[in-house]
Every structure is written in C-alpha cells, then in structure tokens.
Design a protein around this ligand. Structure first.
Ligand code: RB5
Length: 143
C-alpha cells in the first residue's frame, strides 16, 4: 500500500510523526509536503493529496493542518475523495466501515500524537463494510 501524506505548517510535526509510524509498518509513503513549520497555504496541500488518491498515484491519503478542517475541505474538493476528519478512534473505525474514507484528516494543534497514531492504526486496519453503505458511497462518488 502507498499512502500520500500532506500538511501545512500547523500539521507539519504531526505529519512527520505519522510518516515514521507508516514507515515502521513498511507502508510506502508519498510525502507531498510541506517540509517545515514555515507558513504555507493548506488548500494547496490538501488538494494535492486528494489528486494523488483520485488519480491512483496513492492508495490512500493522510492530511494534517492546525485543526484538520481546512485541509479536509481542500481534499474533499477532488472528485472521488472521501476525506474524514477524525478526532478519536471511534470516528476512524466508523468512517472506514460506513464511508470507505480514502483520506484521513487530523489536526496537529487539536489532537495529540499518541491519539493520532491510534487513529491512523484504526483507519488503516478497518475494512469498509459495504452492504447498505455501498449505495450511499456510490451516491457520494457521483457528486
Ligand atoms: C493555519 O494557521 C491554520 O488556519 C490551518 O492550519 C488550519 O487549522 C485550517 O483549517
């Protein structure tokens, strides 16, 4: 599996921690930046990650900004992207089971590293349930 990661300055430290975790799990990482805590614009990075997932360059994506909100909005502008902002493990589990979320968003200023890594683990290890959820995901994909 290849995962595209992207952040702005507010999510940079968290992105770096997530990269380490993914690499420890032997998951291939496509780092789309940013590469420091210097101020940048989250729409550019969220959109780039969405494009990488929608084009198939990456299987899934993880985006981080200060709150996770702005960068999740940017990623969701790309057709085919289902980006979910998660603040706990239950959200990560349910967004995989019900929404087949292909991009995960988190906030570097709002979610601690240990919680964030638990969220990533759950999001990676939980399968989409399909069934009644498939029809709704198909609807999302048509918009
Ligand atoms: C940047 O200061 C901040 O606005 C951004 O990281 C994010 O929180 C936006 O949603």
């Amino acid at each position: 599996m290849k995962i595209a990661v992207a952040s702005d300055h507010g999510g940079y430290q968290l992105k770096e921690e997530i990269k380490k975790y993914l690499e420890e799990r032997d998951i291939q990482v496509l780092d789309l930046g940013t590469d420091s805590e210097e101020s940048v614009d989250y729409p550019q990075f969220g959109h780039a990650c969405g494009e990488a997932v929608a084009s198939g360059e990456a299987d899934r994506g993880i985006v981080c900004c200060g709150t996770g909100i702005g960068i999740s909005i940017a990623a969701n502008k790309v057709k085919g992207v289902r980006c979910a902002l998660c603040t706990d493990v239950t959200m990560a589990e349910l967004t995989r089971k019900h929404n087949d979320a292909n991009v995960l968003a988190m906030g570097g200023r709002t979610t601690g590293v240990l919680t964030a890594l638990e969220i990533v683990k759950t999001w990676l290890d939980t399968e989409f349930e399909g069934g009644r959820h498939q029809r709704r995901v198909d609807m999302l994909n048509r918009y």
